[in-house]
Structures are given as C-alpha cells and as structure tokens.
Design a protein around this ligand. Sequence first.
Ligand code: ADP
Ligand code: MG
Length: 367
Amino acid sequence: MAEIKLQSLAHSYDKTAAEPSYAIREMTHTWEQGGAFALLGPSGCGKSTLLNIISGLLKPSDGEVLFDGRVMNDVSPQERNIAQVFQFPVVYDTMSVYDNLAFPLRNMGTKADKVDKKVREIAQILELDSVLKQKAFNLSADEKQKVSMGRGLVRDDVSAILFDEPLTVIDPHLKWKLRRKLKQIHEQFKITMVYVTHDQLEASTFADKIAVMYDGQVVQFGTPRELFERPNHTFVGYFIGSPGMNLLPVSFKDEHLLFQGHSLPISKHELDALAGSNSKNVKIGIRPEFIHVWEHAQENAMQAEVLHLEDLGSYKILSLRVGTTDLKARLLEDQKVPEHQAYISFPEQWQMLYVDEYLVAKENSDA
Ligand code: ADP
Ligand code: MG
C-alpha cells in the first residue's frame, strides 16, 4: 500500500506540436494511503490519462509521480506493483476462471496453497465459485468483467488498485451489488483504491473522498458532503446534485451584491474579495434544495414567476424565473406548491459566491 502523490503533473499527447494541447493541466494531488477514492468527471476530462500515468502505462510529459515519496516516473508498470481494472474485461479466454484469477499470484511466485486460498476467497466474494472450472470464453460479459475485477483484487500486496469505469458493461442490477462488494473488499484489506467513474451516485457509494475532475484538473477533492455543501468550483456545483446547483449571474455595485435588482447578503470577506477583483465573471451558487419557497409575500423574499412543476414522487422540482434569470427549487413531497407566483429567498449559509468560477470563502480562513 502506498500514498500516491502527483507533483506538478501535466500531460500532453502532442508535446512536440507547435501548440501542444494538455489532457492533464498542471496539478498537484495526493491520494492518501489506504483510502477509498473516486475520480469523477465527464467523458474526455482526463480520467483514464491520469490512471494510466499512475500505473505507468503512460509516461507524463511534465512533473512527477511519487509512491511514498519515491519518484516512479522511470519505474515500469510491473515494478510499480499496481493492479488496474479496465472498462472492458481483460481475461485469458482459453484459461479457466480459476487459472485467470490465480495468474497474477502465480506470476509473483506465490505458493500454491496461498494461491488456492486467495482465489477461493475472491471467487466467493464475487460469486464466481460455481464457474471456477469453466473456460473464460464461455462466460457472459458480466461474468468476464467479474473475473477481470477478481484478477485485480486477488493480490493484497499491491500498492494500489485502479478501476477505470469497471462497471460499464455490467447489468444495472448487478452494478449496485458489485459496488457494495468493492467497498467491502476495501474495508477488509484497506488497499488504496481509486475508482474512476462519470456517475456521481457510483462515486459517492464507493468512495470516502471524491476528486472531481474537469478539463484536465482536479477542481475539488472532498467528501460527498463537502462537494454538495461547498462546491469549490462552479463545475462541481453543476455536476453534483440532481438537479445541479443554480449558478446565477450577479453584479457588485456600491458594496452591494445585486441579483436582478435584489440586494443579496454578503459577508465581510466576500465583500473584500469582490472589492479587490476586476472580474466581471461573478456568480452566486445556490442549491435547489436550499432555496426557501413561499406562496405569499415575505419580508426580504424575491418575487418569482412559476414556470413549471415536475413531480418526481418523493420530491418536486419547481422551475422559476426571477427577472430574466431561470432557476430551480426542490420542494419536499408535502410542501405547498405555489401556482403562478412564488416568493423565494436564499439562506445566507447556503449562498456561495464564485469569482471566475472559483468559490470565495465566507470567512478568512487564516483569521
Ligand atoms: P476520460 O477517461 O476522462 O474520458 P481521457 O483521459 O481518455 O478522458 O482523455 C482526455 C483527453 O485526452 C481527451 O481530449 C482525449 O481525446 C485525449 N486523449 C486520450 N488518449 C489519447 C491518445 N492516446 N492520444 C491522443 N489524445 C488522447
Ligand atoms: Mg476514460
């Protein structure tokens, strides 16, 4: 097991071009030893590139990969001692399931009795015991991917296990079960695990901490709750949650934060940050869950036009318009639904300020 640190890491697939493009933009990030992590982001943001750099399949064009402080850039994938599970199954079709699972262990010169014990243990967790003797080519796509995962999981001496969207080909019903099993395996063996996905639900059910990746960089690394309550970047606000955070353009004038003519609360620290910035890209972020909604006028509430109501069973999504800006509020099942007009307010605690897409802290953290 190891702590994995990416130091000033960047990667360009066309580094020698006149204007190289970067799949990973310079970043420094640490995966602490023994954690269950997710790497979450949309397709094309650089997740696979990052995993392949960690495992050594790809050599980064800039920066360093360190395992427990040791630079690994020139160390081969085998020597890095990392197990990697890919999106599509990697199995030896002509070998039995048993031999497929035993392969990584035998490769390391593990004694036969230990191989047998470990193969049976993992086969049992993944519910492959009944097919151990079958040749892999006879298996269904689901079973093949389970074998592929099992090959990543049999060794408990690895530095880390990397999963690159491993459940893509798995049936939805089985997906949930396998995710639970992975978590169970993590709890049992405490191996550093990094699980790549573009699905926020998958990320938050597996991981204790999630790195949200956007456009080649990790824009936030935190618990599911931190990502929900304090998105560090507008992308995190938008990507996490259902629906995502409302991101509303605001202006700053005479020490007031203005949204469609309404003055919004602002902390001293936020005020100072705005006063010291020339940016015109200023937004507030408020989650649909946190907006207060009334049927009748309230002190300090803004008037909003009700556009649409979507009933999703245990909750409802109300689409609203304030001035020229649309936003969404999430109502509980038993909450009164305003019909044409609504009155809304943003509780100060949940109103986040973003300048150039990054969160401005409410308080000075050094104070
Ligand atoms: P993800 O796994 O998040 O979908 P990738 O790491 O596969 O993202 O890709 C990140 C970016 O790098 C994309 O713009 C993709 O087109 C590019 N890319 C990935 N692999 C290669 C490659 N072998 N050669 C050139 N560009 C690549
Ligand atoms: Mg990928």
